[in-house]
Design a protein around this ligand. Structure first.
Ligand code: ACO
Length: 430
């Protein structure tokens, strides 16, 4: 008779335990009853980097890494990229359902009317050197932003929480664009409420002396699609940071700053920048085979923009981005690095090294090429990723706060240090 349990025999004691299986998992705490002696701590699992540990139950994003499927709240990413807007998708992630007309109008109005940032934040930005990395400025500004809203600590007050969510989604484009203007030494350009979310971002990035900035519709649309694709990706490194830091019940600005810091790393959101550096270094299509050879030789060189912890198939976002890239290049002209990228992809997808390890292009492989063609400086690429990911971080954070199973995140360790010993006075140390 099949049963939804797991029988475990501890060969140290000969005892057998029965542990319930639910939703394809066992509860790690159920293993604690497996002991050799009564005052044993009980069995733990060792899972560095969470390779096989579900840390939450989530209803936000579904990924099937083997089949290359990505869905937000059940909606396939391909359909959202084609039919939705970033703001509508953010609403979906945050609220669980697509908005009706009135809800979307209200949400769009609220976000549009919260894009201003306190003028004091300009002094904070001015304190940075002209060449400060935009992610350093973004992380700092996000943390500083929270100091303007001390009420944000009331994280269990739904109305207050929603207000901070609106503020964070809205102000991301302003903070990111102001960071850019600071970098290039141009006066800050203020939001224009007549524009869409991505259009307004382009306005704050690139408006100069014209009375009114009109974004190119193709570029505005491409950016919106990129924002949709980057909005959430279930329990990735930065989302895990958001949940872990948020689990201390800190305000959402501080938790978002921590998540943004996690995103900054080259193995995560920093990869799109690394892809462009890699393509620039390869220099020509002729050098691609030699570069692939270096990657395979394991000389510490990775094919950036390839491989993923979850996708063991083509990242569905990479497929959509590749299409968007061609649409952007029609306006901007082809990015000369595209041919190198295509050749890298062609060779890698046929090469046994990459095939065996199931390494496929990820979201970052082509996004950098688009950003570069749209004249975003390379340093800004991760910021472009962070802008929409804020909605995912906040949706995940909110879900965590409402989940009765969750407590402050606190992993265990296997202590491998010295056993207890007495302090050695200085004169007796060698
Ligand atoms: N180039 C060459 N070899 C690779 C690559 C790569 N990009 N990625 C993984 N491998 C190899 C590893 O060397 C390893 O080989 P081995 O079995 O011979 O030791 C094998 O594939 C498995 O790799 P892991 O590092 O164990 O896989 P993990 O799941 O830990 O790493 C990661 C995933 C970090 C994304 C990795 O593929 C990588 O570094 N890629 C390049 C950086 C990148 O593009 N990051 C963006 C990810 S998408 C995002 O964060 C939005």
């Amino acid at each position: 008779m099949p049963s939804n349990t797991l029988s475990i025999t501890d060969n140290r004691t000969g005892k057998t335990y029965e542990v319930p299986i639910a939703e394809g998992t066992i509860r790690a705490t159920d293993l604690r009853k497996i002991k050799v002696v009564d005052d044993d701590f009980g069995l733990m699992t060792y899972d560095p980097a969470f390779m096989n540990t579900a840390a939450c139950r989530s209803a936000i994003t579904f990924i099937d890494g083997d089949k290359g499927i990505l869905e937000y709240r059940g909606y396939p990413i391909e359909q959202l990229a084609e039919k939705s807007t970033y703001l509508e998708t953010a609403y979906l992630l945050l609220n669980g359902e697509l908005p009706n007309k009135a809800q979307l109008a209200q949400w769009t109005h609220d976000v549009t009317h919260h894009t201003f940032i306190n003028e004091n934040l300009k002094s904070l930005l001015d304190a940075f050197r002209y060449n400060a990395h935009p992610m350093g400025k973004l992380i700092s500004t996000l943390a500083a932003l929270g100091t303007f809203y001390p009420e944000a600590k009331s994280i269990f007050d739904v109305e207050c929480r929603n207000k901070q969510i609106t503020r964070l989604v809205a102000k991301m484009i302003t903070i990111a664009a102001f960071g850019y203007r600071h970098m290039v030494g141009q006066p800050y350009a203020y939001p224009d409420n007549d524009l869409s979310y991505p259009g307004n971002f382009l306005n704050m990035m690139y408006k100069t002396t014209e009375a009114k900035y009109t974004p190119n519709p193709a570029l505005e649309h491409a950016l919106d699609v990129l924002f949709i694709l980057h909005a959430d990706h279930e329990q990735n490194c930065s989302t895990n940071a958001m949940r872990a830091v948020g689990s201390s019940h800190v305000d959402p600005y501080s938790a978002v700053a921590a998540a943004a810091a996690a995103l900054y790393g080259p193995l995560h959101g920093g990869a799109n920048e690394e892809v462009i550096r890699m393509l620039t270094e390869i220099e020509s299509v002729n050098n691609v085979p030699a570069f692939i050879g270096k990657v395979k030789a394991g000389e510490g060189v990775r094919l950036m923009g390839f491989g993923h912890r979850v996708y063991k198939n083509y990242d569905p976002r990479a497929r959509i981005i590749k299409k968007v890239a061609y649409e952007v290049f029609e306006v901007t002209g082809k990015n000369p690095l595209l041919d190198i990228a295509l050749e890298l992809e062609r060779i890698a997808l046929e090469d046994e090294y990459f095939v065996k390890r199931k390494l496929y292009p990820n979201v970052d492989f082509y996004s950098g090429l688009i950003y570069q063609a749209m004249k975003f400086p390379m340093d800004m690429f991760t910021t472009l990723f962070a802008i929409p990911r804020v909605s995912g971080w906040l949706a995940q954070w909110q879900e965590m706060l409402q989940d009765a199973d969750q407590k402050i995140a606190r992993p265990r360790q296997i202590y491998i240090g010295k056993a207890r010993r007495d302090f050695v006075p200085m004169e007796r140390r060698s």
